[in-house]
Design a protein. Sequence first.
Length: 186
Amino acid sequence: MKLETHPEVYQPAEDSHLLADNLDVQKGESVLDVGVGSGIIALTAAEKALKVVGVDVNPNAVKLACKNARINKIHNVEFRQSNLFENVNGKFDLITFNPPYLPVCEKGVLRDSWSGGVNGLEVVWRFLKDVKKHLKPGGRILLVVSSLNGLNNIEGMLAKKGLSFAVKAECKIPFETLYLVQSKSL
Ligand SMILES: C[S@@+](CC[C@H](N)C(=O)[O-])C[C@H]1O[C@@H](n2cnc3c(N)ncnc32)[C@H](O)[C@@H]1O
């Protein structure tokens, strides 16, 4: 896939590839990708999915993802600006999120890509509060988290929301290990 970049949009990195390489989309499924950035996850999912919706709070990301869909002639995706689920309707078989997870408090349209607040989990927690409303029965979540967040914290947060916890894949990078967590309604 050809992906253009933009100075104000997160460029695909190891975390993006951990998620893109382990998507288990089944033919005909519906997928919601939260925080699309360049569109790498949504566009990869679109190869098998019936329909993909991608949202991002950053308007530059929405424009870039639309452009990357056009370049790659992918038509079964729709991108829109949304703060998490604010502009999302309906339910999905799979919801993916490579969130801002670094434990830093930085502000700005690009910094919002990695800045997850004091413990790195502020955006993840807001995501988990509402995610079940958008999951079809039996639907699943794929969420990227880091060893910097503490896997126990993630497991606890998921349990509080009635969601299961399983590590599907991991990848070591300097200073942290990235985990791809798969979750379902309990
Ligand atoms: C780590 S980047 C991941 C981008 C892309 N999915 C990838 O894997 O390369 C996180 C993305 O989430 C978006 N984001 C941050 N907070 C958000 C929010 N509250 N609602 C929607 N998107 C958000 C950022 O703008 C950014 O594009």
